[in-house]
Design a binder for this molecule. Structure first.
Ligand code: TZP
Ligand code: MG
Length: 211
């Protein structure tokens, strides 16, 4: 994968889109310059999940913005998207890689330093590290927030590119950009923004300045 695709990575949550459709929010984020999208669905049944993945892929593929699926290799294969993102209790990255093939994008979440070190030997393209700050969006985070200093230490420990997630917003993204991570992954900062286009544009600008 191209590590620049990690710069401003939108992770979706339909419940935070303020009544707008997911396609609408993703299209606006793409217009603002988001570099990658992950479809994250915790409630949808499988058929709906695949249909949503196909709809987003139709929109993103012509723009060369990779689409990843959270947790579900079957959904990713059915919709023919670019990759899969898994957490510590999902399918093993080795199995995801084998099923998705060598060219797919595979990401893995870590919350602790032990998980970060263990992830180094996995067949993944990037590591999602978080939470950076406290967040309301994911209730079951177990680690304490890394903060910018924790991220700096993590960057030194990791030979894989890191994407910082959790509580990243316009007012703190500058500190995250300065920590040396390859990118940020955000949910509410884009999904719940009055203008997802403008919100994305501003995150992209700050990340580029901090790089
Ligand atoms: N994984 C770790 S924190 C998080 C996920 C999916 C939620 C991030 O949401 P937000 O709204 O960007 O804080
Ligand atoms: Mg998961």
């Amino acid at each position: 994968m191209n590590p620049q695709d990690l710069l401003v990575y939108l992770v979706t949550d339909r419940s935070l889109c303020l009544g707008r459709s997911l396609e609408e929010v993703v299209a606006r984020a793409a217009e603002g310059g988001c570099t990658m999208v992950q479809l994250r669905e915790k409630e949808a049944d499988t058929g709906e999940f695949v249909a949503l993945a196909r709809a987003l892929h139709k929109l993103l593929k012509p723009l060369s913005i990779p689409l990843l699926i959270n947790d579900r290799v079957d959904v990713a294969l059915a919709a023919g998207v670019e990759g899969v993102h898994v957490g510590q209790s999902d399918m093993l990255p080795e199995d995801v890689r084998r099923l998705m093939g060598p060219d797919a994008i595979v990401g893995l979440s870590v919350e602790t330093e032990a998980e970060l070190l263990d992830a180094q030997n996995r067949p993944v393209d990037y590591i999602g590290i978080g939470p950076v700050y406290p967040t309301q969006t994911k209730k079951d985070v177990k680690g304490s927030p890394w903060g910018p200093d924790g991220l700096r230490r993590a960057v030194e420990l990791s030979s894989l590119p890191l994407v910082a997630i959790g509580g990243v917003q316009r007012d703190n993204v500058k500190d995250v950009a300065g920590s040396g991570v390859a990118g940020i992954a955000v949910v509410s900062a884009i999904c719940s923004a009055p203008s997802p286009t403008e919100a994305t544009r501003e995150l992209v600008r700050t990340m580029k300045e901090g790089a």
